[in-house]
Design a protein around this ligand. Structure first.
Ligand SMILES: [Zn+2]
Length: 138
């Protein structure tokens, strides 16, 4: 009889504590699950954001190179031949700065993604070729 009273008392005091800690563990697991879900959503957002940024950089880079080649066509119609080097043209119009309206680095358009753009000149009958180390040719 006495044992069962002690057991009942212990059960009365320990059971709420036990239930409470179980609830805590459950709540903690749910919180961890929600955090993991939030991290996954954030990761997907960042990945798609980076992908979108890279696609925009590629579009801009290819567009810059196309504009550069169009500028070479305008040069060719003005001087009756394509530019044969990055310092072609005489007064009043020098190649490429007087024909190309964008930002230039070493006489070539600038890649927004940090790629290196190289222009290959041929003879005056050949349109220059242009390529970006990151985005290829237009
Ligand atoms: Zn590029």
């Amino acid at each position: 009889m006495r044992r069962s009273i002690i057991g009942l008392l212990l059960l009365t005091f320990l059971l709420p504590f036990f239930l409470c800690s179980c609830g805590n563990i459950r709540a903690q697991r749910q919180a961890e699950k929600k955090t993991a879900e939030a991290e996954t959503v954030l990761e997907k957002f960042n990945t798609s954001n980076i992908r979108g940024q890279r696609q925009a950089e590629k579009k801009t880079c290819l567009s810059n190179m196309k504009c550069f080649l169009s500028a070479a066509d305008i040069y060719a119609s003005y001087y009756d031949g394509y530019p044969t080097s990055s310092s072609a043209g005489t007064t009043p119009y020098k190649w490429p700065q007087d024909f190309y309206d964008g930002e230039l680095r070493n006489g070539a358009p600038v890649c927004p993604g940090g790629g290196v753009i190289t222009v290959y000149y041929g003879d005056s009958m050949t349109r220059p070729r242009i390529t970006c180390s990151k985005h290829g040719s237009p």
